[in-house]
Every structure is written in structure tokens, then in C-alpha cells.
Design a binder for this molecule. Structure first.
Ligand SMILES: *[C@@H]1O[C@H](CO)[C@@H](O)[C@H](O)[C@H]1NC(C)=O
Ligand SMILES: *[C@@H]1O[C@H](CO)[C@@H](O)[C@H](O)[C@H]1NC(C)=O
Ligand SMILES: *[C@@H]1O[C@H](CO)[C@@H](O)[C@H](O)[C@H]1NC(C)=O
Ligand SMILES: *[C@@H]1O[C@H](CO)[C@@H](O)[C@H](O)[C@H]1NC(C)=O
Ligand SMILES: *[C@@H]1O[C@H](CO)[C@@H](O)[C@H](O)[C@H]1NC(C)=O
Ligand SMILES: [Fe+2]
Length: 469
């Protein structure tokens, strides 16, 4: 064969080098796949007569009491509860050590799902609260009164420390109960939970037996009546069951769990934002349209430029289906949404993205994959200090069990992965530093099995990767 021309030799060399780079990128060591060995036992739901599902005593006693943030700034709280015997009062009585007793009046709703009829679901928003203040509140006025309390967040500001808990895919198994107990007893003391979707798993029961929504509400009350859980919709909230005539998606979820979506200009309760302390939290919906021109897309497009990092340095995004997931479960399910929104996350320097869905734990390095344009072949995640860290925390403990099957080898971008149940905390210290720790249920309450110091992407954008390279 004739000698190659110079240009074709150069081209061949480029191909070889490119091939080498690509194969390096694919094969080179990922982070750590934990070798932790857990007991192999089935994950089963707690039976209906379990202690955690007990109905509170007394005529028409409020049950399933839960709170969430009620506005964008943290000066309002939505208090929700269920009464069963009769409608009862929608009033919440509340006070602090510095204020007299006040009342707030809300609304009641009910719904039917196949042959299930809900109790009376009350939602009352209490407003104009003082920041950083402990409030007591009473529900069940006129019948059986029950008293709870919560502490409002400090006023929004760049150096306000605050500790968020992270729980996903909780369900109501014995393992779910362990996860919640570990969260409660974690000495890091989470002040509000960022819940990344999949609440009760009632839809795993025949006809989506909504009794299991009620038991979940009673099970979680011991935490969520005292501190807000910030809700994200997961696939188990869809409850779409045309075979039994249930064709309106999210019916039980939207009746039971209200969120302050209108306060952030959203037009649906599935995507919204709140500010809390020094964090700006954007909640997205993996199960609502997110393509160009859709309501969620238009909202996010105008939302991101409004985040003022001088006021809230920490930009956190919650969604259910992860974009970066190296388990062989729900593999690439988040891909279409990633393609739509990832360039924005890099442009606006999101600090961290929390997702659930995969019933295991995984933390990524800061990476992006935004260069690909169909024809250029550049389709491998690369290190990117403007990109978020992606954390999958779908390990709450629901009855579907653990995802244990992982892609091999571990991709380079994956810093740590482990198939164990647990929860995490994100502990913001100031505008530059946050300590993140993941806790597995088998360890003592104070043990972090995986941890990382986050450096804020706006105030302190230096490399905070935990890998050796
Ligand atoms: C609903 O229907 C199922 C099966 O068709 C039955 O087992 C259950 O008892 C019914 N529940 C109510 C509240 O009627
Ligand atoms: C759930 O956990 C709580 C707190 O640890 C405990 O008191 C309760 O007995 C547990 N219930 C079940 C059914 O495991
Ligand atoms: C951003 O927040 C800071 C601190 O609260 C404030 O001084 C500044 O005016 C805000 N910027 C905009 C564009 O609103
Ligand atoms: C793990 O997942 C892969 C890809 O889906 C599959 O081919 C393989 O059989 C699975 N391994 C086990 C042990 O289930
Ligand atoms: C922010 O918090 C980190 C970690 O606690 C600390 O090392 C650093 O000095 C703090 N920065 C300021 C300006 O206080
Ligand atoms: Fe899910």
C-alpha cells in the first residue's frame, strides 16, 4: 500500500490519541464502591397493628399531623392533619413565648380513590411568624386537642448556619423506621428535611390501598409535626390507575401534602422554590412535562436568574429521578431531563443536586456532560468545577428493597456508592463551607459512612473533590 499522506497520518494520530483519551475516560478508576457487608434480609412493611401506626386516642383526634414551609421566606408554615369521625375544626391555635395566642383558619378537603374514602384533610397556613422562634400549636379544637411545636428558620442571609436532613424513598417498612430513628438521633440535628420523593408506597398494595397513605402519615408524624419536610414528587406519588378508574395523576399526594408553590410563581405544586436560612432550594418534578415551552421549563428558565447568591449562597436542587446513577436500576431514566436542564445548572453554578428513586446511595464528583451536540461525539462526563455534585439518596428503606446491582467498572465521575439504607445531613456553616455526611442504618447514630466538605460555588469555587486525582 502507498505511503500515507501527511494529513491522513495526522488524522490517524488524532484518532489514536482520541481513542486513548476516550478509553482512559471510560476505564479509569472511579471512586469507591463500598465493600460494606450488610445482613441480607427482606425489607418488609410494618403490619397495620404496629406501634408507629397507632391512631391517637380521643374522639375525632387529629392524626397524621405534618408541617411544611408556607411561603418563600420561612415566615409561614402550612399545618396539615386528618380527622376521621367528623369534619371538626380547621383552626390552628398557636403562640410563642413572646406572643399571645392567635388563631388561623384553614380549609378542609376529602377525596375518593377507587373504593377508599379519605378522612377530612385539613390544611391551615399560619403567617407572619417571627424568624428563629419556637412556636407551639394546637389542632383538634372542639374535640380532642393535640399540641405540637416547631422552630421557624432564621431570617434569610448569606452566613446563616442551618442543617438540612435528607431522606428519600422512605416507605413504611421496618427499615424505614430505622432510617427515621437514625435521622432523629443523629447528633448533627437536622432542622428541616429535604425529602426527595416516594413517600408511602401505598401504590404497591392492591388498588393502591390508600389506607397505607394514612399509616404513613401516622408513622412520620413524630418528625414532620415538629419540623418541616420539603416535599418532592416521586413516581409513587403519581397513583395513575386507569384499570380501577383512577386517571387523575397525583390525586392522593396533592390532597394530602400541600406546598407553597404559588409563592415562587409556580403554577403547579410539583415544581417550586423556597429560601431557608442561607439556602435557595429548587424542587423539580421528574414526572411533569419539562421539555421546552412547558410550564415547568418556563418557570425554571425565569427562576434561575432570580437566585441572588449574595443573599442565599447555597443553591440546592431536589428532584426524584437522578441524572447521574451508576446502578443497574432506573438506569438513564433521568437522562432526558438532564439533556434539557444540565447546561443551566452549570451556568448558574448549582452547588448540589439531591435525588432519590434508586434505592441505594451514591455521590458524584463535580461533573458535567453538556458538550455533546449529536454530531461532535463529545459525550462523556468531564470534571467541571462549575457543576453540582449529584447525590442519590433513595435509600430510605421502602419495601421494594435495596438496589445492589451496579454498573462495572465504576464510572470515573462516581465518588462513592453503596447499597445500604440510610439518610444524610447537609450542614451549612457559612457562605463558603457546608459539611455533608451520609449515615448508614447499621452504624451508630454519629457515624458518617461517607462525607464531604462542600465549598460554595459562588463564594469559594475551589476544587472540593474528594478523589485522589
Ligand atoms: C375495596 O375493594 C377490595 C377488593 O375489591 C376489598 O378487599 C376491600 O375490602 C374494599 N375496601 C373497602 C373500604 O370497601
Ligand atoms: C419504630 O422505631 C421506634 C423508635 O426507635 C420504636 O419505638 C418502635 O417500636 C419501632 N416500631 C417498629 C414497628 O419497628
Ligand atoms: C441581592 O442580595 C443582596 C443582599 O441581600 C442585596 O444587597 C442586593 O441588592 C440583591 N441584589 C439584587 C439584584 O436583588
Ligand atoms: C445486573 O444488571 C445487568 C444489567 O441489567 C444484568 O445483565 C445482570 O444480569 C444483573 N446481575 C445480577 C446479578 O442480577
Ligand atoms: C466558614 O466555616 C468553615 C468551617 O467551619 C471555617 O473553617 C471558616 O473559617 C468559616 N469562614 C468564616 C469566614 O468564618
Ligand atoms: Fe421512585
Amino acid at each position: 500500500m502507498a505511503k500515507m499522506g501527511t494529513s491522513s497520518r495526522v488524522a490517524a494520530a488524532i484518532v489514536v490519541v482520541l481513542g486513548l483519551v476516550l478509553s482512559l475516560a471510560v476505564v479509569c478508576n472511579g471512586g469507591k464502591t463500598s465493600s460494606f457487608v450488610r445482613k441480607v434480609e427482606k425489607t418488609v412493611d410494618m403490619p397495620l397493628d404496629s406501634d408507629v401506626f397507632k391512631v391517637p386516642p380521643g374522639y375525632n383526634a387529629p392524626q397524621q399531623v405534618h408541617i411544611t414551609q408556607g411561603d418563600q421566606l420561612g415566615k409561614a408554615v402550612i399545618v396539615s392533619w386528618v380527622t376521621v369521625e367528623e369534619l371538626g375544626s380547621n383552626t390552628v391555635l398557636y403562640w410563642s413565648a413572646y406572643s399571645k395566642k392567635q388563631k388561623s383558619e384553614g380549609k378542609v378537603t376529602t377525596y375518593k380513590f377507587y373504593n377508599y374514602t379519605s378522612g377530612y384533610i385539613h390544611h391551615t397556613t399560619i403567617r407572619n411568624l417571627k424568624f428563629n422562634t419556637k412556636y407551639y400549636y394546637v389542632v383538634g379544637i372542639g374535640h380532642t386537642e393535640r399540641q405540637f411545636w416547631f422552630i421557624t428558620p432564621p431570617e434569610v442571609g448569606p452566613d446563616v448556619p442551618y442543617t438540612f436532613g435528607l431522606i428519600g424513598d422512605l416507605g413504611q417498612s421496618f427499615d424505614s423506621n430505622k432510617t427515621l430513628t437514625h435521622y432523629e438521633l443523629n447528633p448533627q440535628k437536622g432542622q428541616a428535611v429535604l425529602f426527595v420523593g416516594d413517600l408511602s408506597y401505598a401504590d404497591n398494595y392492591p388498588n393502591h390501598d390508600n389506607v397505607r397513605w394514612d399509616t404513613w402519615g401516622r408513622f412520620t408524624e413524630r418528625s414532620v409535626a415538629y419540623q418541616p419536610w420539603i416535599w418532592t414528587a416521586g413516581n409513587h406519588e403519581i397513583d395513575f390507575a386507569p384499570e380501577i378508574g383512577e386517571t387523575k395523576p397525583f390525586k392522593p399526594y396533592t390532597h394530602r401534602y400541600h406546598v407553597p408553590y404559588k409563592a415562587s410563581g409556580s403554577t403547579a405544586p410539583f415544581w417550586y422554590s423556597i429560601k431557608r436560612a442561607s439556602a435557595y432550594i429548587i424542587v423539580l418534578s421528574s414526572y411533569s412535562a419539562y421539555g421546552k415551552y412547558t410550564p415547568q421549563y418556563k418557570w425554571l428558565e425565569q427562576e434561575l436568574p432570580m437566585v441572588n447568591r449574595s443573599e442565599t449562597p447555597w443553591l440546592i436542587v431536589l428532584m426524584h429521578s437522578p441524572w447521574y446513577n451508576s446502578y443497574n436500576y432506573h438506569y438513564m431514566e433521568g437522562e432526558t431531563m438532564r439533556v434539557m436542564y444540565e447546561p443551566w445548572f452549570v451556568q448558574y453554578k448549582v452547588d448540589v443536586v439531591f435525588a432519590g428513586h434508586v434505592h441505594a446511595y451514591e455521590r458524584s464528583e463535580r461533573i458535567s456532560n453538556v458538550a455533546y451536540n449529536i454530531v461532535n461525539g463529545i459525550c462523556i462526563p468531564v470534571k467541571d468545577q462549575s457543576a453540582p455534585v449529584y447525590i442519590t439518596i433513595g435509600d430510605g428503606g421502602n419495601l421494594e428493597g435495596l438496589a445492589t446491582n451496579m454498573t462495572e467498572p465504576q464510572p470515573a465521575y462516581s465518588a462513592y456508592r453503596e447499597a445500604s439504607f440510610g439518610h444524610a445531613t447537609f450542614d451549612i456553616k457559612n457562605r463558603t463551607h457546608a459539611y455533608y455526611g451520609w449515615h448508614r442504618n447499621q452504624d451508630g447514630y454519629a457515624v458518617t459512612a461517607d462525607s464531604m466538605w462542600f465549598f460554595n460555588r459562588y463564594y469559594h469555587p475551589v476544587d472540593d473533590s474528594t478523589s485522589a486525582q
